[in-house]
Design a protein. Structure first.
Length: 463
């Protein structure tokens, strides 16, 4: 979703031809996270939160034909103060039907796209409490319905379809019961823990995400999908599509296992989940989510026509390390997600197809960045805010970000650079970061100050 509510499917088909435009749309899709229910502050000024959500448990039934949904959700949280009298969560435009604690109704009010729940008895320091919320709605953002295809999938801005703390540094586990017609297949976060028949020809798909993740990578995808599964070491690989044959799906995603090996090697950390699923869905979706990715159907045709057209798949998979698990603490450091993931996609192409292929990507990153620079719109990669990013700002986050990581590789040399990437990823896996964390780990790997490099390329400071 973007600021003017237009996504891939609203644009002419010719736009999908350009890799540059693909990357631009990837980030425009993300803008809704901030514009609807988010505020960005400098992470060094962030106050200690009054409570910490540790688990979400959701039962959701989408109505694809009517582009609506109903949900029943339990939010488990820990008080971080001695007298917590209320909590505040993002709720988008959802209609709240009831809020209870231990089956007792609690008072609540709406404040814009936030729900504020008050307690009769304040929560004590480190006390665990749980709310149960029932709601319904017809979200205009964060989720896309395709009634003619019987498909629906989420596209970030999680609070538009479930209640949550919609901040990138808020991590929690997630249990998800997705109720669907019997003829549809669902994909969600983590592992499929159970699947059971319900009355009225409905199926309950129960998913369990045991690793804590930011709420913005919670999500699901539903459709009349065929499924191909393969085993690669500790990971089950699943490929879903309505349009492609089993053989075509294997060809489209044949590099996935090798990508996982490459990222694990460079990260020094194994892929976090038992399953990784890639879904080819209607419209122009290109979204990473925890343990799965939803991709536009035309991506499959691109790869079948040209085996080297895998940047998008490599980019989204890279987010399973750099983005989902090592996460920017707030959106002002968004380049740590997207710049590194873009670079790593190109680094994988270098491994798979050779240096020339990698340098083609680098040349494109540089050219896109230089257009912004020459137009006088260059900015620090650490933004003062990310509330209203321009198209040029998005180019900086993706293309300049990837180009700067390439330059850092040249600056440090192969051994020190990759040792730094490994140190950084291992230290902060499952945690939130700011740019100074990345700089410190790269400096520790090289035993050399990188202040001059970061001042010039990241912060735009004068030497």
């Amino acid at each position: 979703m973007v600021a003017n509510e237009r996504t891939w499917t609203d644009w002419p088909n010719w736009i999908t031809v350009s890799p540059t435009m693909k990357r631009w749309f990837l980030v425009t899709t993300f803008v809704g996270l901030v514009l609807f229910g988010q505020t960005s502050t400098q992470s060094t000024q962030q106050p200690q939160p009054a409570f910490d959500v540790i688990d979400y448990n959701l039962r959701l039934e989408p109505d694809i034909a009517n582009k609506s949904l109903t949900g029943k959700e339990r939010i488990k949280f820990i008080s971080r103060t001695a007298t917590l009298t209320q909590i505040e969560v993002n709720c988008g435009e959802l209609i709240i039907d009831s809020v209870k604690e231990n089956n007792i109704a609690r008072k609540y009010v709406r404040a814009g796209q936030k729900l504020i729940v008050s307690f009769d008895r304040p929560a004590r320091l480190n006390e665990t409490r749980e709310l149960e919320i029932e709601y319904h709605g017809a979200p205009r953002r964060g989720i896309r319905f395709f009634p003619d295809r019987q498909q629906v999938y989420t596209i970030f801005s999680t609070s538009q379809w479930m209640l949550c703390v919609d901040e990138p540094d808020d991590r929690a586990t997630f249990s998800f019961d997705l109720i669907l017609p019997a003829n549809l297949t669902g994909v969600a976060n983590g592992r499929l823990a159970n699947k059971r028949q319900l009355p009225n020809k409905k199926i309950s798909w129960e998913w369990q995400q045991d690793a804590t993740n930011p709420t913005y990578v919670f999500g699901f995808s539903v459709g009349k999908f065929r499924t191909v599964s393969e085993r690669h070491g500790h990971v089950e690989l699943r490929y879903l599509s309505e349009q492609y044959t089993d053989d075509e799906l294997r060809r489209i995603f044949r590099e996935t296992a090798d990508m996982i090996d490459f990222y694990e090697e460079r990260a020094g950390v194994r892929y976090a989940d038992p399953v990784y699923t890639q879904v080819l869905a209607a419209g122009g979706v290109e979204q990473e989510m925890s343990s799965f990715t939803a991709l536009r159907e035309t991506y499959g045709r691109d790869v079948l026509a040209n085996e080297r057209a895998i940047w998008l798949g490599a980019h989204e998979l890279a987010h399973q390390w750099w983005g989902n698990m090592v996460t920017n603490r707030d959106w002002t450091h968004f380049w740590l997600n997207e710049g590194i993931a873009s670079f790593m996609a190109s680094a994988y192409k270098e491994r798979r197809f050779g240096r020339e292929e990698y340098m083609k990507d680098v040349a494109e990153y540089r050219a896109n960045y230089e257009k912004v620079h020459d137009a006088g719109k260059d900015r620090s990669l650490v933004f003062p805010d990310w509330n209203s990013p321009t198209r040029e700002d998005r180019t900086l986050v993706y293309d300049k970000g990837a180009y700067v990581i390439h330059l850092l590789r040249q600056e440090m040399g192969e051994r020190d650079f990759w040792n730094g990437i490994r140190r950084y990823t291992k230290k902060y896996f499952g945690k939130s970061v700011v740019t100074s964390d990345f700089q410190k780990e790269m400096e520790a790997a090289s035993n050399v100050s990188l202040k001059q490099f970061f001042d010039r390329w990241v912060y735009l400071r004068q030497s």
